[in-house]
Design a protein around this ligand. Structure first.
Ligand code: ADP
Ligand code: MG
Length: 226
């Protein structure tokens, strides 16, 4: 419990900071991107490799800002009754092109007649995108990701996303969701922090089950009603 409390304290502080900083950085970023593109056309070929680096670093900053902005927008959250199966189908369709490129198949197994749940659909989409992206990223040689949704009990739905990737050691599972915790060369370490925060706002719960070398399952429990 103490661990959970500490986590949510960190999230609040980060959220407040994010609101201010993200907006301040976005505007100059847009200007930078525009002028870099202009310059690229009028500079010798020898420098083109620098432009690639600049462009890719700029887009990295952008993705960090985007993830921060999601954190910083709790006021805009609009809860309503939605069909989780539709939210999930739309999400996997969105990611399908990226998955197919690395030979990953997402297999959906969704129980019939699920009750509508009270949620903020765009935020839940963001969670599924983050978790599915991580799953795709740990299976560079392809394979299958299982996406299951079922009614767990009278009050809760359960989403389970299973990959067959590297797995996560027990001590590292504790670090998931910490701001900037990443093991990837080009990771932001913000995807899971944002996701945990969103699930917390839905009064839901995330459980991670993992075996090193075998794969990982993210269990996301969501209450049906408020
Ligand atoms: P990022 O993807 O930018 O690194 P995340 O917050 O999405 O940031 O994830 C943080 C870290 O958690 C990842 O760098 C990785 O080490 C670990 N992780 C998350 N999902 C998985 C997964 N499905 N399998 C193995 N490791 C994972
Ligand atoms: Mg990620």
């Amino acid at each position: 419990l103490e661990e959970q409390l500490r986590k949510s304290d960190t999230l609040n502080v980060v959220g407040e900071l994010a609101a201010g900083i993200a907006h301040e950085i976005r505007n100059p970023m847009t200007a930078l991107k525009g002028f870099i593109q202009l310059l690229e056309g009028s500079v010798k070929d020898d420098f083109s490799m620098y432009f690639n680096v600049i462009t890719s670093e700029l887009s990295r900053i952008e993705s960090i800002i985007t993830e921060f902005l999601i954190l910083a927008r709790p006021q805009a959250i609009k809860f309503s009754e939605k069909d989780l199966s539709i939210i999930m189908k739309e999400t996997t369709e969105l990611l399908n092109a990226q998955a197919i490129l690395v030979n990953v198949q997402m297999i959906l197994d969704i129980e019939d007649n699920l009750p509508l749940i009270y949620c903020e659909p765009n935020q839940l989409k963001q969670v599924f995108i983050n978790v599915l992206k991580n799953a795709i990223e740990v299976m560079p040689n392809g394979g299958q990701i299982d996406v299951k949704i079922k009614q767990k009990d009278e009050d809760n739905l359960l989403v389970s996303i299973t990959d067959r990737g590297s797995g996560i050691s027990e001590d590292k599972i504790k670090r998931l969701g910490q701001p900037f915790y990443t093991t990837k060369e080009r990771g932001t370490g913000l995807g899971l922090m944002v996701s945990y925060k969103i699930i917390e706002e839905h009064q839901g719960q995330v459980d991670v089950e993992s075996e090193e070398g075998k794969g990982t399952t993210f269990h996301i429990m969501l209450p049906i009603r408020q």
